[in-house]
Design a protein around this ligand. Structure first.
Ligand code: BGC
Length: 353
């Protein structure tokens, strides 16, 4: 494991970068800033490594970032309508940072925090524990939340991500990892030719503000049916109301679980040309599939290459957006004495031609 300085925040906090390598060839870089996965180097069929995640070369990029590239997201992944909800009979108002709604924890979410880090080795696994305390009132949320995220890299090329949180007052908590993948390699075109399979027979359609309407809609017969592998781009420009509202895929899929909290396959992504594949397993009930529709080439990523339209695909395992206002959705309320625990595994594999 390599541990090195990665600059200093404007507040004067030192940021570190960690390099973790595995026998599979998969090597990752993790930052203490935002718990960002800065890069994942993964082999193709010929064993050639490419960096398959979108990101920036320097801390400055992450300080300016508005796309959550590679970051840990909290307290609440995705949108909460008008930044408002009520809990135990009391109303709360959160910071609004996306068209009058609350997105990804607000103006200074967990992605903008410098996390405390502790590298570890556990048999053949190596990893990094990251801790962050979100104070009472943070971005409008009630209670103090203590969060721990553990990244474990296995010899087989898996990144196991464990989320743990406790709170000293009832509060919504919904944590995710916001990596954007391009299995051809970052900076190499768009992700429209990747094939995608999503283990979801339903999704949560959205309104014009990209917030779920509350409906769980069958994917069958729609461009949201990825129950069998399909190219991301095959139907993305179809004349479909949901695709129009979001400008592509930017929707929460209801992962088909046998029982809630089991680790199940949520998605399989493949770059057919290189053979690089990614399997995503999760204990979460949902996964936001976001096709990078808001990336517009105005910001430069790694190597100075513009982050262009649909150049990365995010597969964000999560509870459903806006759950604090949707009593029928699985609850995201964390209460004192309870633990929020969830696991997501990104497994980088090589698929045959
Ligand atoms: C959201 C998008 C948002 C993106 C970057 C995704 O999780 O669903 O609407 O633009 O994150 O913030």
């Amino acid at each position: 494991m390599i541990r090195e300085p990665f600059g200093t925040t404007p507040e004067g906090t030192a940021v570190e970068r960690f390099t973790l390598a595995s026998a599979s060839g998969v090597t990752i870089n993790v930052l203490s800033y935002g718990g960002v996965i800065q890069s994942v180097f993964a082999p193709d069929r010929a064993g050639t490594l490419a960096d398959v995640t979108l990101g920036y070369d320097s801390l400055d990029g992450y300080l300016r970032d508005k796309s959550y590239l590679g970051a840990l997201v909290g307290r609440y992944a995705n949108r909460i309508r008008a930044g408002r909800f009520s809990l135990d009979g009391r109303g709360y108002t959160l910071a609004t940072n996306a068209g009058g709604n609350h997105l990804h924890g607000g103006n200074r979410g967990f992605n903008k925090a410098v996390w405390t880090t502790e590298p570890f080795a556990d048999g053949e696994n190596i990893g990094l524990r990251l801790d962050h305390v979100s104070p009472d009132g943070d971005e409008g949320y009630p209670g103090k939340v203590t969060a721990r995220v553990t990244y474990t890299l296995t010899p087989d090329g898996e990144i196991v991500i464990d989320f743990l949180a406790t709170a000293d007052a009832p509060t919504p908590v919904n944590l995710t990892q916001h990596s954007y993948f391009n299995l051809a390699g970052t900076g190499v075109g768009d992700i429209l030719g990747h094939t995608l399979e999503i283990a979801a027979s339903r999704f949560t359609p959205v309104d014009a503000q990209l917030i779920p309407t509350g409906e769980l809609r069958p994917v069958q017969g729609t461009p949201f049916d990825f129950t069998t592998p399909e190219r991301v781009g095959a139907r993305i420009n179809d004349d479909d109301e949901q695709l129009r509202l979001a400008g592509g895929y930017d929707h929460n899929f209801v992962v088909d679980h046998n029982a809630l909290s089991e680790l199940v396959l949520a998605a399989r992504l493949t770059d057919p040309l290189s053979g690089r594949g990614l399997d995503v397993h999760t204990t979460e009930p949902g996964m936001q599939c976001y096709s990078g529709n808001f990336l517009d080439g105005t910001v430069a990523g790694k190597g100075g290459v513009p982050l262009t339209y649909r150049s990365g695909l995010a597969l964000e395992t999560q509870h459903f957006p806006n759950s604090p206002n949707e009593p029928a959705f699985p609850s995201t309320i964390l209460r004192p004495g309870a633990e929020h625990r969830s696991r997501t595994v990104y497994h980088f594999v090589v698929r045959p031609a």
